[in-house]
Design a protein around this ligand. Structure first.
Ligand code: NBG
Length: 846
């Protein structure tokens, strides 16, 4: 039985009443084409032009001669869709037939990036589309630029989800990506007076040609209210949830094409709608605001992406978002995807829900509720099923990033789920007490319910207990997860814990972003690398080939010029053609240590100002930052201000002209990353050891031929091991050293006193030199470093400067540098997200 939403919802937790109007397939005709294959337009220039003009005329309702750029973009997108549609329908039909196990990827974020280029690549229509557009008198580049990227994620976690669904489609693995269709994605960053100002990202406003709403698959989601228990004649106690309010989840489907393999998987993102658009009686009485109040309230749920990266905010709306999308997704799978008569005791044969961090963990009690309250399973059997249907990926090591929900809030919003969590916890603690008799402290430590500072549910513990597997995202991270974050759990269930090192899709981040390098590689070793990235190994011998190195350098230079041309029109930046391009792009977070990079720049500048170093002896470098700060993260915003202030001063000081320049283009996003990363010489991966779970930018840079300067943190460890110590600039404390220093007592002020270079650097910053004499403006950052420096910037400062000197020395020998860069490319094939998917398939989803 599939469930649809009644046009007039009744507030109850029951399935919508049977009088609900069905909007599903109406009837079957006997027309021969009714269920036959859809036909794609011919993959020729003429076929493309014809399909495009048809979209322009019939889809946009305009003539080519009258059309705007946006009309043309929408028509082009819809034309490409036509070429994907047959494969999409066919993949869906094949999946329904095969009844294979499906990956339900549950993620609150998908940072997709622009779709047009990726879909042209997947369909192999790039050249045809370009010629076709030229024939229509249109510059396809202008249409590409018209697309607003769907920024439905913050950073690495959301981008990882996008890479994973790309890989699964390319590997023809059944996967449904489930998430939220935020009306506003990650804010657009602008700078005013060097300070970050956030502008809403209305990515849908000019139309969204890549999505397909499916009202017939709407789902009703309940919240609030209360539960009551009744004891049946057989003595069995049942709990009934009478919710207080409901919203409708409306799915939008997105195509996830595999790379030229005829597969198109589905990403299903949910949008919240009110059960009733407005109250006509109130409207008629004249209170217009009150009449639409319920609608506004309901639709707020999918209105905006929370812009916090790594540190969750325990806000009620956030919990509403989380429950909203997992409730829709579970319902969608159980009621609308598998056959109506499916025996749910065999559910684990058909689905594994991968929990992308703790955001979707409320799906666990939701599954229990469905099985016990709605499907009549006994608790124990339901629990046995549930434990096989979920696996949990942890993406952090920061204790403050482990999500907790206060019992008060959870009980108010989801009273039945709280009851279920309590019971899961009680039974789990029994198990702990049995395994460790007399160790009450342990039971308390492991409880899913924290007592302080307020009673709350530890979502990571719930996920660990219920999940069939728990994984970290890089070797070091998985080890620290076992040893430091969840030690009691890994002791109880060592076999539950595993690692899957993150990866990135080579389609978007090499083939699409770096067309020149891709051509060079393909000319040399063929194009098999696009779906088998280990084949890049075949490039290794070419590192010793002078003419290959020459070509490789020409690619890098061309990518730089493409970037500089873009930054000139995009940001009004003028950057020197010949300089090492030193790039640090990622979310602004203290643990990532953008301030360490900043201190390096200031110290180089200080060397010249103070006459210690002649300007001619400074290796010309262009430093590029890209980073958004969470709007409420004040210190991060102060750091952005300071970077901009330093950039202004350094860029306009003739003493370092042609030697040092600093660029901070606003609004770093996937689109900009695709231009920046292929141009970089040096990749900055300088987090404090033990803090960055993995990093994925680090992988993108290595695969595009940048060398890394980095700490022994996250996936840097594995990158260094693979590319070799001679081709990676390691510096700083490792994780045990960080812990030792903290245990000894870390005093940043003492480091400042002892290190003359650091003192001079800090003093120059503190003097107001970069802020027009305003010392207060630098106060927050400097004071924090001197007094707290939680992420030990000062402790690693000297080691970082020394490593940067090694970078300068290496860069002075272009042949040796290119050799290292080529080896970075050749040896980084491991970081394909296809490999990550193979690891998930064998270690977790098997
Ligand atoms: C981030 C980590 C990164 C990691 C990505 C993807 C969160 C909570 N975590 O190091 O900080 O690369 O996840 O795994 O956003």
């Amino acid at each position: 039985m599939t469930e649809t939403v009644p046009t007039r919802a009744v507030v109850s937790d029951e399935s919508p009443s049977t009088d609900a109007r069905r909007i599903g397939p109406a009837h079957r005709t006997s027309h021969p084409l009714a269920s036959g294959p859809v036909v794609s337009p011919p993959a020729t220039v003429d076929g493309f032009v014809e399909a495009f003009l048809a979209e322009l005329n019939y889809g946009q309702g305009t003539l080519l001669s009258q059309s705007t750029l946006n009309d043309q973009y929408l028509a082009l997108a819809r034309t490409i869709r036509r070429y994907l549609m047959a494969d999409w329908l066919e993949t869906g039909a094949r999946r329904r037939q095969a009844q294979q196990k499906t990956i339900g990827y549950l993620s609150a974020e998908y940072l997709l990036g622009r779709q047009l280029g990726n879909n042209l690549l997947a369909t192999n229509l790039q050249d045809i589309a370009e010629v076709a557009m030229t024939q229509c008198g249109i510059d396809i580049a202008a249409l590409r630029a018209q697309e607003v990227e769907p920024g439905l994620g913050n950073g690495g976690l959301g981008r990882l989800a996008a890479c994973f669904v790309d890989s699964l489609a390319t590997m023809d693995v059944p996967c449904i990506g489930y998430g939220i269709r935020y009306e506003y994605g990650i804010f657009r960053q602008t700078f005013e007076g060097d300070r970050q100002v956030e502008v809403p990202d209305s990515w849908l406003s000019l139309g969204s040609p890549w999505e397909f709403p499916h009202p017939e698959r709407q789902v009703l989601v309940s919240f609030g209210g209360q539960t009551s228990t009744t004891t049946g004649e057989d003595g069995v106690v049942t709990s009934t949830w009478t919710p207080g309010w409901q919203v409708i989840g409306m799915p939008y489907h997105y195509m996830v094409p595999g790379y030229r393999n005829g597969v198109v998987n589905t990403l299903r993102l949910w949008s919240a709608r009110a059960t009733q658009a407005f109250d006509l009686a109130i409207f008629n009485s004249g209170d217009y605001a009150e009449a639409v109040r319920a609608q506004t309230f309901a639709e707020n749920i999918s209105k905006v992406l929370y812009p916090e990266d790594s540190t969750p905010q325990g806000k009620e709306l956030r919990l509403q978002q989380q429950y909203f999308f997992v409730a829709c997704s579970l319902h969608d799978f159980i009621e609308n995807t598998i056959p109506a008569d499916f025996d749910l005791s065999r559910l684990p044969e058909r689905i594994i829900f991968q929990l992308n961090d703790t955001h979707p963990v409320i799906a666990i009690p939701e599954m229990m509720r469905i099985l016990v309250d709605k499907k009549g399973f006994e608790w124990d059997e339901a629990w046995a099923i549930t434990r096989k249907c979920f696996a949990y990926t942890c993406h952090t090591l920061l204790p403050e990033a482990l999500e907790v929900w206060s019992v008060e809030l959870l009980g108010k919003l989801l009273p039945r789920h709280l009851e279920i969590i309590y019971r899961i916890n009680d039974e789990f603690l029994e198990e702990v007490r049995e395994a460790f008799p007399g160790d009450e402290m342990r039971a308390r430590r492991m409880s899913m319910i924290a007592e302080h500072p307020v009673r709350s549910v530890r979502m990571a513990y719930l996920a660990t207990v219920a999940g069939a597997k728990v994984n970290g995202v890089a070797e070091l991270h998985s080890q620290l997860l076992r040893d430091k974050v969840l030690p009691d759990f890994s002791q109880l269930w060592p076999e539950k814990f595993t690692n899957v090192t993150n990866g990135i899709t080579p389609r978007r981040f090499v083939r699409l972003a770096n067309r020149r390098l891709s051509e060079l590689v393909t000319d040399t070793i063929g194009d098999g690398w696009v779906t088998d990235l280990d084949r890049l190994r075949e490039l290794e011998p070419l590192a010793d080939d002078a003419s290959f190195r020459e070509e490789f350098r020409a690619v890098k230079q061309a990518n730089k010029e493409r970037l500089y041309a873009l930054l000139k029109v995009r940001d009004g930046l003028e950057l020197p053609r010949e300089a090492m391009l030193d790039v640090m792009v990622k979310r602004l977070h203290e643990y990532k240590r953008q301030t360490l990079k900043l201190l390096h720049i200031v110290s180089l500048y200080d060397d010249v100002l103070s006459g210690r170093v002649a300007a001619e002896d400074v290796t010309p470098r262009t430093f590029v930052f890209g980073a958004k700060a969470a709007p409420g993260y004040h210190l991060a915003k102060e750091i952005i201000f300071l970077v901009n202030a330093v950039a202004d001063t350094v860029n306009s000081d003739p003493k370092v002209a042609g030697r040092l320049s600093v660029a901070f283009p606003a609004n770093y996003n996937v689109t900009l990353a695709e231009k920046l990363i292929p141009a970089a010489d040096l990749s900055e991966q300088i987090s404090l050891a033990g803090k960055e779970a993995s990093g994925t930018g680090n992988m993108k840079f290595a695969l595009n031929g940048a060398l890394t300067i980095g700490t022994d943190d996250g996936a840097n460890v594995e990158i260094r091991r693979l590319v070799g110590d001679d081709h990676f600039f390691l510096f700083g404390m490792d994780e045990p050293e960080v812990e030792q220093l903290r245990a000894r007592g870390y005093s940043p002020a003492a480091v400042y006193e002892e290190n003359a270079r650091l003192r001079s650097t800090i003093d120059l910053l503190a003097s107001g030199h970069f802020t027009g004499g305003d010392r207060q403006a630098v106060g927050p950052v400097i004071d924090n470093l001197l007094q707290q420096d939680s992420f030990m910037v000062f402790a690693d400062f000297q080691a970082y400067l020394d490593a940067q000197e090694r970078v300068d020395a290496a860069y002075a020998d272009p042949d040796a540098w290119s050799r290292s860069a080529i080896l970075n490319v050749a040896r980084s094939g491991y970081f394909s997200s296809d490999r990550s998917m193979r690891d998930y398939l064998s270690r977790i989803w098997a």
